[in-house]
Design a protein around this ligand. Structure first.
Ligand code: BGC
Length: 781
């Protein structure tokens, strides 16, 4: 093997990769244009010479092989050497493989590519490392609620460290789809509803995965997904149609993808949905004009799983060849599982439907990624079994996960300061999620050893030690509906159905409740009630658990609801009747400990919602940065007004707004001061405010700046997040918080899709959530 690489190096074909990862440098001021006949085959790379030399040696089959990304299939279970995929690899027909784990297995497969294929080209090994690898962090929606960019970046760093130690060199993350529809199960995988916050998180994740040097053995390629607009599927039904104006697209949905590209992500995944009637996978405007010409992205584009053949169902091609041609011409470089590029492009080339230049460009982009990762220099750089033994699921990583889990929780209600609980007396822990390990990591945790996660019961017992007594009862099943329950507990994330009747389960729960001083009801969604293909039309806590909760409340004992969910839920009943609600999301590997830390006040909750919690499904889509309409409500109390934009049966406001979350302490934010009230194009305005911890606990607050452009050429949102800082304050402490605002921060895409600012008056407030009253105004000249 060494000899072969050496001989290629000496003939000048392979040269060790250097650390020079190119970053996209698109200017945000570029004018956005409609589809143009851009040349898809333009390719510039620091590795151009090496790539051209390899390309010159490749047969057409070998070229198409580089564009082929199958799932690992039988190779994960069967013998690497004898599997079908191994045969394809030997023939040079596989560019990368995904869903294969373990440094040893990946070594074995890489060895086939590097030693037994004609050109010895190493492979990419991808995986959905979404919120951690073995050490699992909260689901992304939860993680985003921490509003802590350093922490978020570090979770991606730890994930890359662990994944790379186990052979993986490419993650299908970050998922940055803005979503304002909690019916959509995949809202759990993203960062909520806001483009400003979403962009910051996108950049932090890319930095975390890729670091500053991809040739290191602990950095991996990131893949921003799902490009684009997947979070806006109609009616929240997964894989459904998206239809959106360009103005909304540019201002509200595209920014996080752009931020990931500007942060240097080296790959992009096309989404399942259509845009302007053309599926993203075959959408040349999206994948070439926007992504490459305007945003200057020069990495590679991969489809989502079977994205190419699915275009037949979409109705834009009659057969696999048709849709493969469409995808290649649109700007797709790699075909995930679709088998379209590998099996049809040769014929398409013969028939003149694609050009060899188009195929070569895609191949070059894949080879470039392999150079950037340093795989030609050392194909086994991620296959050190010793690293796998020492760097994965370490105590240090798990301690960090415990901290992140706690930092992501959102305290929704805490009437009468029930929380934090004292470590004393008897505590009844009740609910179908109270003693379950496998659901704690939440959805999209395919690399995690689910059963190792810490259940709530175990976490509580460990944290209270012998100071308090914990009694446990299941209380109810997840749902009364067995079929629903089966569909909602897939992939090994079971909540075994109890053989006892509902009455027996309840009686047991009530019996322990009676013996206790406080009840902790651990209820909500199972892990797989959100995530891919887990849309819901009813987003309340399942009835079986609501009934249980009602009975627990009737005991008269104080009740704390620890909520598991992958989406904003409708919690109107609970908000009325339950004194304390702690939204835990799915906290990850150390779930039970993270929850116990917050329940007992060892950690003061500081999470803030990044997606609005509606009062009713009928309000969806509901988000803080909506438009005013021509007929906004006049009263602040939400009373119905005829011929105004409102409902007969529900008020307009959400139950819990964007940016909302309580703490065990209280904070006072002073009216902000500004250094100028008129700003010119080159000016920066400084907004200063003071925040004081006025309560009895140390704690952190997310100080949020919202700006409203009062008059502009396209209707402005009523307010937009333009800055935030998470500040830690000891009790009694005061700190000064400063935001800088320049004209550039006030720009938007106008009706011609020019990125502009318009002079005029703006107003703003600084608050602890998106609900605030404007306190200041300023003018842009
Ligand atoms: C999902 C992607 C994921 C891919 C590979 C698809 O079904 O939509 O998010 O990366 O599978 O597992």
């Amino acid at each position: 093997m060494r000899l072969k690489i050496f001989s290629l190096v000496t003939t000048g074909i392979l040269v060790a990769a250097c650390a020079n990862t190119q970053k996209a440098t698109a200017s945000s001021e570029e004018k956005v244009i409609a589809e143009t006949p851009a040349d898809t085959t333009v390719f510039h790379s620091p590795y151009e010479r090496q790539i051209d030399s390899i390309l010159g040696l490749m047969t057409l089959d070998e070229k198409l092989g580089q564009l082929n990304l199958p799932a690992s299939g039988d190779i994960t279970t069967g013998q690497a050497k004898s599997s079908n995929i191994a045969k394809l690899i030997k023939e040079g027909k596989v560019g990368g493989l995904f869903n294969i784990q373990s440094a040893q297995k990946i070594y074995n497969v890489q060895k086939i590519a590097v030693e037994q294929s004609r050109l010895h080209i190493p492979m990419l090994f991808g995986m959905d490392v979404i919120h951690g690898y073995k050490t699992t962090f909260p689901i992304p929606l939860g993680l985003s609620s921490s509003w802590d960019m350093n922490m978020i970046e570090k979770t991606a760093r730890v994930a890359a460290q662990e994944a790379s130690a186990d052979g993986i060199n490419w993650t299908f993350s970050p998922m940055v789809d803005i979503s304002r529809d909690p019916r959509w199960g995949r809202i759990s995988e993203g960062n909520g509803e806001d483009p400003f916050l979403g962009s910051k998180i996108a950049a932090a994740m890319v930095k975390g995965y890729q670091g500053s040097d991809l040739t290191k053995d602990n950095t991996i390629l990131s893949c921003v997904k799902h490009f684009a607009l997947y979070g806006a599927v109609e009616a929240g039904r997964d894989y459904n149609t998206v239809d959106m104006s360009k103005v909304r697209m540019y201002n509200e949905y595209l920014p996080p993808y752009k931020a990931a590209i500007d942060a240097g992500t080296r790959s992009v995944m096309a989404s399942f949905n259509e845009i302007d009637g053309v599926p993203a996978t075959g959408n040349r405007w999206l994948l070439t004009n926007l992504l490459r010409d305007q945003w200057k992205f020069n990495g590679f584009v991969v489809t989502d799983y079977t994205g190419i053949p699915e275009m037949i169902n979409h109705g834009v091609g009659a057969d696999l060849q048709d849709v493969s041609v469409l995808a290649l011409k649109a700007g797709v470089d790699m075909d995930m599982v679709g088998n379209g590029f590998l099996t049809t492009l040769k014929k398409a080339l013969d028939e003149g439907k694609v050009t060899i230049d188009e195929i070569d460009t895609a191949v070059k982009r894949i080879l470039q990624a392999k150079y950037e990762l340093g795989l030609f220099a050392n194909p086994y750089k991620y296959c050190d079994v010793n690293r796998a033994k020492t760097e994965i699921y370490t105590k240090e990583n798990r301690d960090f996960a415990r901290k992140v889990g706690a930092a992501s929780m959102v305290l929704l209600k805490n009437q009468g300061h029930i929380l934090p609980l004292k470590k004393e007396g008897t505590i009844a822990l009740i609910g179908p999620l109270a003693n379950n390990a496998v659901n704690m990591a939440g959805t999209w945790s395919v690399s995690t050893d689910q059963e190792k996660s810490i259940p709530v019961l175990e976490g509580l017992k460990e944290v209270v030690g012998n100071k308090a007594k914990i009694l446990y009862a299941k209380g109810s099943n997840l749902s009364y509906d067995k079929t629903f329950e089966t569909n909602a507990t897939m992939f090994g994330k079971t909540i075994p159905r109890d053989g006892r009747t509902d009455k027996q389960l309840l009686d047991e729960a009530l019996a322990i409740a009676k013996k206790s001083d406080v009840i902790v009801a651990t209820l909500g969604e199972s892990a797989e009630m959100s995530g891919e293909s887990s849309s819901r039309s009813d987003i309340e806590i399942p009835k079986a658990q609501k009934d249980l909760l009602e009975e627990l409340l009737k005991t008269g004992k104080p009740v704390v609801l620890v909520l598991f969910t992958g989406r904003p839920l409708v919690l109107v009943d609970e908000a009325k009747t339950v004194p304390a609600i702690l939204n835990a999301w799915f906290p990850g590997s150390e779930a039970g400990l993270s929850i116990a830390d917050v329940l007992f006040g060892d950690v003061n909750p500081s999470g803030k919602l990044t997606a609005t919690f509606p009062r009713s499904v009928g309000q969806i889509p509901l988000y803080y940065s909506h438009k005013n309409t021509g007929r906004p409500l006049q009263n602040k109390e939400g009373k119905f007004e005829k011929f105004r934009s409102n409902y007969l049966d529900v008020r307009n406001e959400p139950l819990y707004p964007f940016g909302y979350g309580l703490s065990y302490t209280t904070f006072k934010i002073d009216k902000p001061q500004v250094d100028k009230t008129v700003i010119d194009v080159n000016d920066t305005m400084t907004i200063t405010t003071k925040i004081t911890n006025t309560g009895n606990y140390d704690g952190a607050e997310v100080v949020q700046l919202y700006i409203h452009d009062k008059v502009r050429s396209i209707t402005p949102p009523v307010e937009e997040l333009k800055g935030f800082q998470k500040i830690f304050l000891k009790k009694g402490e005061t700190k000064t918080v400063t935001f800088k605002i320049a004209v550039n921060d006030l720009k938007f895409y106008n009706k011609d899709l020019d990125f502009v600012y318009e002079p005029g008056e703006f107003e703003f407030f600084v608050s602890d959530s998106s609900t605030g009253t404007f306190t200041n105004t300023f003018t842009v000249k």
